[in-house]
Design a protein around this ligand. Structure first.
Ligand code: 26W
Length: 847
């Protein structure tokens, strides 16, 4: 523990970090905030009191940060994201404050169990998966690196649905994450803004003879900001996550009310507030729903107004917007912001088009997160016109100017014009949000090397040919605070004893662990720590599913959203292959494995739901079969989320990253597993390629077709039946499924997932099957040699340093945002005296 980062000030007891101060604050909050005597406090009361105790300490740093940012010249990152999958705050804040162990011990001394208290927190699940979780890791790294940043998003009343499994099938229920209140947010009603929607535009000439446009909206809603503090690791920086809630403009529509239609008036209020009711549970499929466009515009319009307010506070004119704000678009969901900023500058601030365009392009940058065509957002023109009539006009103007440029640069190339146009004319006219994002941004990046290359060569090829200088690649990363220091205390202790704790904020230092891979004593401790994690996970599995699993078996884990391209069904085919081997030869030697699956299926995605049924159906048969006994177990862990992730990543031996090459933009689970000492088996897709390069060929299990091979095979006419007929093992496995062995005799149930004889195999399972099985054989052999496996495990962790989100954020700062750290000095207060910056002699700075 570095004392220098948490100086004590004798008079400043309310927010000090000493044991005495914390204990007193905690008891005060049980009494004053929860209104209980300690003896009557529930676990939730204890959690709330702990949260408020920590929050008080955050607030001191938060206000200090706001003071430090005020009037200083640096740019500020505005990270615009429809999703922030933050996970529980309390544990992470304790880690970042550097008081986790002290608090745990103090609690224990008082007869309280910190883990039980932490379990009370209902996680804010305001995201679907990878994209939302990346935003959360980035917020942690931005604060840790002392970068001025605001995360802007939506305060959904209901986050990602809760998943239960009934009769082997996914059942969704609403996520009432706010039911016990949210101690981490502060409502800032004074910064509420108005957002207009619908209606029509009127064009006129003003008294100075200028051509002007007036937008006459059909309705106006209020956006109310809710701020949560985001503390960096052992720094004073606390950035803000600002999420917007939609409210009705007035509690009652007085006109309707006066007519005596009380319920009619209330129902209008309800309609406005529907806007931020619920997170759309789709990842990777855009459905063109009006409410979703309204959500996107709503939070972007709120956020841009907020930025203009902040600009005014600093006395900076709107013409210098781009010098103050670096606006990052997390995929296209906030891309309508480009049209909104143009509207604000041209219509409201009376700037000439060209100047507004310069400001806009220099402010915005766009990150693409997917290559799947069905994920590219497009809005039918009539719908867009209905919701955002003025923005459609602006987009058409941007488009006209773009196409003028293209006509000159690519003379006579009509098809290129059609591809670059912001309006798709194939069938019904649609607004293409990715095209808007590309035109309106000065930087465009993919999230892994392969992904960025495919972006340049395929989905965004025409834009790359227009402006190659805009394109860059920044490989994703994950925060080692949450994903190692917090979730894996056993390994953390071991690592820090060996190489110090500098790795927590400089993950490349993990490399110093490499020599320990050869140290048998260290490996034994490593294995013991990881085994304890497995025992803990086994207990969780028993509690939640009733299935008893053996912690000494290999934990073979696949947790991520359920999607055909991610190929959970390929992993299931491997399970069936092993099952078939045992059934055909009961004496066969196989490496005992526990297969753990977890992930949510989009409620409207029938095949993803069928995939869950496939997993649970195979689990039912395998787990029930006495002949298989304890050699194979299959578990579907319901409701995979950040909280469960924190228990799962540290307990995995093998992690499945088996998407069809060319489909997974990056993947970030692979990185969390590697850091925690699990080995990945995977295709040469997304960040797997770079991960394998980093950990070394011997510490990653690669298999399957490469992306170019996939294209080649498709081009030459892929025939899944040929694989089925030529591989007896594959045939046996498919036959079992098609005989209805796992579906109580129903042969057709799982056909939609693959049906090679009918040449149906959209994700090339048959082509990759043999290579996958062979690779899994190598995995089993390696696992059978504990010393070798542990060596690989240590190396996988030691070489995972590149995949810290700190590295990713540094690259965004250098290559896209051009921002440098702005350190924060803590405000202190002698009792009764005003808050002030402490004397520089005490200035706390991270090591
Ligand atoms: C409009 C429907 C929709 C919703 C969400 C389309 C696309 C999305 C996201 C972009 C999907 C997503 O989460 N993509 C994932 O982003 C991660 C972070 O970059 C990557 O690691 C994953 O590979 C990618 O699938």
């Amino acid at each position: 523990m570095k004392e220098s980062v948490r100086p004590e000030h004798a008079d400043d007891t309310r927010t000090a970090l000493s044991g005495a101060s914390l204990r007193r604050a905690f008891l005060d909050h049980v009494f004053h905030t929860q209104g209980k005597l300690p003896g009557h406090a529930s676990q939730n009361d204890l959690y709330q009191a702990a949260a408020h105790t920590v929050r008080d300490r955050l607030v001191q740093r938060w206000i200090s940060t706001a003071e430090a940012y005020l009037g200083q010249p640096s740019r500020t990152v505005a990270y615009l994201s429809a999703e922030f999958l933050m996970g529980p705050h309390l544990g992470n804040n304790l880690i970042n404050l550097g008081i986790f162990d002290e608090v745990r011990e103090a609690m224990a001394a008082a007869g309280l169990d910190l883990d039980r208290i932490l379990e009370q927190e209902v996680e804010p699940g305001l995201g679907n998966g990878g994209l939302g979780r990346l935003a959360a890791c980035f917020m942690d790294s931005l604060a840790t690196l002392e970068i001025p940043a605001l995360g802007y998003g939506i305060r959904y009343e209901y986050g990602i649905f809760q998943q239960t499994i009934i009769d082997g099938m996914q059942v969704e229920s609403t996520d009432t994450w706010l039911r016990n209140g949210n101690p981490w947010e502060i409502q800032r009603s004074e910064w509420a803004v108005q957002v207009r929607l619908g209606g029509h535009t009127e064009h006129y000439t003003d008294d100075r003879g200028h051509y002007r446009v007036r937008w006459v909206p059909a309705k106006t809603v209020v956006g109310v900001p809710f701020d949560s503090p985001i503390l960096g690791y052992r720094v004073n920086t606390v950035n803000t996550l600002r999420l917007w809630r939609a409210d009705a403009t007035e509690a009652f529509d007085f006109h309707t009310f006066n007519r005596g239609d009380y319920l009619g008036a209330v129902s209008k209020k309800v309609t406005s507030e529907n806007l931020t009711k619920v997170l759309y549970p789709n990842d990777e499929t855009s459905q063109g729903k009006e409410l979703r466009l309204e959500q996107q515009y709503f939070f972007v319009a709120c956020s841009l107004q907020d930025m203009l307010r902040l600009l005014a506070v600093d006395g900076i004119p709107v013409t210098r917007f781009h010098e103050k704000f670096a606006v990052q678009l997390n995929d296209t969901h906030p891309a309508v912001g480009i049209a909104e900023l143009m509207r604000l500058l041209v219509d409201d601030h009376d700037l000439p088009w060209n100047e507004a365009w310069h400001i806009t392009q220099n402010a915005f940058a766009y990150t693409n997160h997917t290559l799947l065509p069905e994920a590219l957002e497009q809005w039918p023109l009539p719908l867009f016109a209905r919701v955002l009539p003025r923005h459609l006009e602006i987009i058409l103007e941007i488009n006209a100017r773009l196409l003028d440029e293209v006509r000159i640069r690519f003379y006579g190339d009509e098809s290129r014009l059609a591809r670059l146009s912001l309006i798709s004319e194939y069938g019904e006219k649609q607004v293409r949000m990715a095209n808007l994002a590309c035109v309106g941004s000065h930087a465009i990046n993919g999230v892994a090397e392969l992904h960025s290359r495919l972006m340049r060569e395929d989905v965004l090829k025409d834009f790359y040919e227009m402006w190659p200088e805009k394109f860059t690649s920044i490989t994703n990363g994950v925060t080692p605070r949450r994903w190692l220091a917090l979730s894996n205390p056993r390994l953390t202790r071991l690592v820090s004893e060996a190489i110090g704790d500098g790795w927590i904020s400089d993950l490349a230092q993990l490399r110093a662990l490499e020599p320990y891979a050869e140290d048998a004593g260290f490996r034994e401790q490593w294995q013991a720590a990881r085994h304890q994690n497995k025992v803990a996970l086994a207990e969780l599995v028993r509690e939640t599913t009733g299935v008893v699993v053996d912690p000494s078996s290999m934990f073979d884990v696949m947790v991520k959203r359920i999607h055909e391209y991610k190929r959970q069904h390929l992993a299931v085919l491997h399970v069936i292959a092993l099952y078939h081997r045992i059934k055909s030869d009961p004496g066969t030697e196989i490496q005992p494995r526990t297969f753990l699956f977890g992930g949510k299926a989009a409620p409207g995605y029938a095949y993803a739901k069928l995939m869950i049924r496939f997993i649970t159906s195979v689990a039912d048969v395998v787990n029930r079969d006495p002949q298989v006994r304890d050699r194979l177990k299959v578990v579907f862990l319901p409701n995979f989320n950040v909280t469960y992730g924190q228990r799962i990543y540290p307990a995995a031996d093998l992690a499945e990253q088996i998407s069809l090459a060319g489909k997974e933009a990056s993947g970030t689970g692979n990185m969390k597993f590697a850091m925690n000492g699990a080995l990945n088996i995977g295709t040469m897709d997304g960040a797997n390629i770079e991960l394998r390069e980093a950990v070394g060929n011997d510490n990653f299990f690669p298999f399957g077709l490469t992306a170019p091979e996939v294209y080649g095979l498709r081009a030459s006419g892929y025939d899944p039946a040929a694989y089925y007929h030529s591989n007896p093992q594959l045939r046996a496995v498919i036959d079992l499924v098609q005989q209805g062995f796992f579906s109580r005799g129903d042969p057709g149930l799982f056909r939609p997932l693959f049906d090679p004889q009918q040449r149906h195999d959209p994700y090339l399972l048959m082509a990759d099957f043999a290579s996958y099985i062979e690779c899994q054989e190598k995995v089993s052999q390696a696992f059978a040699e504990p010393a070798r496996w542990q060596r690989m495990s240590v190396l996988s962790c030691a070489r995972s340093g590149r995949f810290s989100s700190d590295r990713a954020i540094r690259e965004y700062c250098e290559r896209i945002w051009h921002i440098e750290p702005v350190p924060v000095r803590l405000l202190h207060r002698a009792s009764g005296a005003p808050w002030q910056v402490e004397s520089p002699a005490h200035a706390p700075r991270a090591a």
